[in-house]
Design a protein around this ligand. Structure first.
Ligand code: ADP
Ligand code: MG
Length: 396
């Protein structure tokens, strides 16, 4: 069921609290080093301003210990400054979240104005989902919009108790969350066949629930990344010094059985004598990694085979890099898969922190249908989980 969106709210002259996800990567000096998450919220914020809203923005940033004075890197000043530059309007940053400064700023807020409250995680009540703390946030505004997809899997106060404090007709999702939910509904409910899932990354244990949930829906599940070696080991192959989760071999065997021919493993590997970028590399064909060597990427024949399957797919969902892509010598597999998604005529969706980072880094983010802004929220959605934060927003 589609959720109420900001389009459904009475907006003119109202003060609207928007829960955004401004949890951006920062440089050492605290400067915003990647403003994608701020940019992703702009459509909702602009729409609200054009409809006569005064905006009160709430976000977390990092995992502060709780003491604002000692936690300067977690303050939202630089985020607010970047927002102001991007949206081309003054932004008032206040140094508390529900204290006297926030109350005063909310009171004097006019249509077209923007207030950024201090990092919501400076308040103990946030993590606990505390209703008393939530009520103080609710008192600042007339309506609530959730545009923080990256935080939707959390039960923190600003995600659940705060929307529950507003009347049902004053709660909605923003455009970013709406788009993420539409993409997920297509992926999980009505994908255009053939449906291909590409899974990689660090650990099979992180991805077991996703694989289980996706298997019945996909025609092919292409495996890469370090999880490859847990599967190969489970099949009785030698894996050299590659990363293997020895305590997950039974689960891996079970998944292989469940998946049958749907699950495709690499036919060659890029191996190296160390895990540093300076290590000596070579390509080995087949399913065995020589003694003493590390499997660090899928090999060129695997890239070709996967690219062919991806290019013929109606729908592709990709999570998890194909190798240790952070280092240039181990990047070709991840790049090859990214290029195949970019070239595919199907619906192509990328999610997961490192996977999204890789695709952005290759400059291919605009060539796929969607790069999810939600790491954990995207992965849990693929596991089939639903969220309290979204249950708090009424259906249309
Ligand atoms: P995401 O954040 O996209 O969900 P993961 O967190 O599961 O992805 O995995 C990303 C990490 O997996 C990357 O840091 C990458 O270096 C690592 N990785 C992928 N393949 C290998 C490999 N063969 N050996 C070691 N590390 C790997
Ligand atoms: Mg990750």
């Amino acid at each position: 069921m589609p959720k109420q969106t900001i389009r459904d709210l009475a907006l003119d002259g109202r003060k609207v609290l928007v829960r955004v996800d401004f949890n951006v990567p920062q440089a050492k000096d605290g400067e915003v080093s990647d403003d994608r998450r701020i940019k992703a919220a702009l459509p909702t914020l602009r729409y609200a301003l054009e409809h006569g809203v005064g905006l009160i923005l709430v976000s977390h940033l990092g995992r502060p210990a709780g003491d604002p004075a000692g936690d300067a890197p977690f303050k939202l000043d630089k985020v607010a400054a970047r927002l102001s530059a991007l949206i081309g309007r003054p932004v008032t940053k206040v140094d508390d979240t529900v204290g006297p400064l926030a109350k005063a700023a909310a009171r004097s807020l006019r249509p077209g104005g923007i207030v950024v409250l201090e990092n919501v995680r400076f308040n103990q009540g946030e993590k606990k989902g505390d209703r008393g703390f939530a009520a103080e946030l609710v008192a600042l505004a007339d309506a609530y919009v959730n545009d923080a997809f990256g935080t939707c899997h959390r039960d923190e106060a600003s995600m659940v108790a705060v929307p529950e404090g507003f009347p049902p007709e004053a709660r909605a999702i923003g455009f970013l969350v709406e788009k993420e939910l539409q993409i997920l509904a297509t992926l999980l409910g009505d994908p255009k066949p053939p449906m291909v899932s590409v899974m990689g990354g660090a650990k099979v244990s992180d991805k077991i629930l996703i694989i289980q949930n996706l298997l019945p829906k996909v025609d092919r599940l292409l495996v890469g990344g370090a999880m490859t070696y847990t599967f190969l080991k489970a099949q009785g192959h030698s894996t050299g010094k590659s990363r293997v989760e020895a305590d997950r071999l039974d689960e891996a065997r079970h998944l292989l059985e469940l998946a049958g021919p749907k699950l495709v493993l690499p036919v060659d590997h890029l191996v190296a004598d160390g895990i540093e970028a300076t290590a000596k590399t070579q390509v080995v064909a087949g399913s065995d990694i020589p003694d003493g060597l590390f499997g660090l990427d899928i090999g060129p024949e695997t890239v070709k085979a996967y690219a062919k399957i991806i290019e013929g797919a109606g729908t592709v969902v990709w999570n998890g890099p194909m190798g240790k892509f952070e280092d240039e010598p181990f990047r070709a597999g991840t790049r090859g898969v990214a290029e195949a998604l970019a070239a595919s005529m199907g619906v192509t969706v990328v999610g997961g922190g490192e996977t999204a980072e890789a695709v952005e880094g290759f400059g291919l983010a605009d060539k796929v249908s969607h790069v999810s802004t939600g790491g954990g929220a995207f992965l849990e959605s693929l596991e089939g989980k639903t969220f309290n934060s979204l249950r708090a927003i009424p259906d249309r």
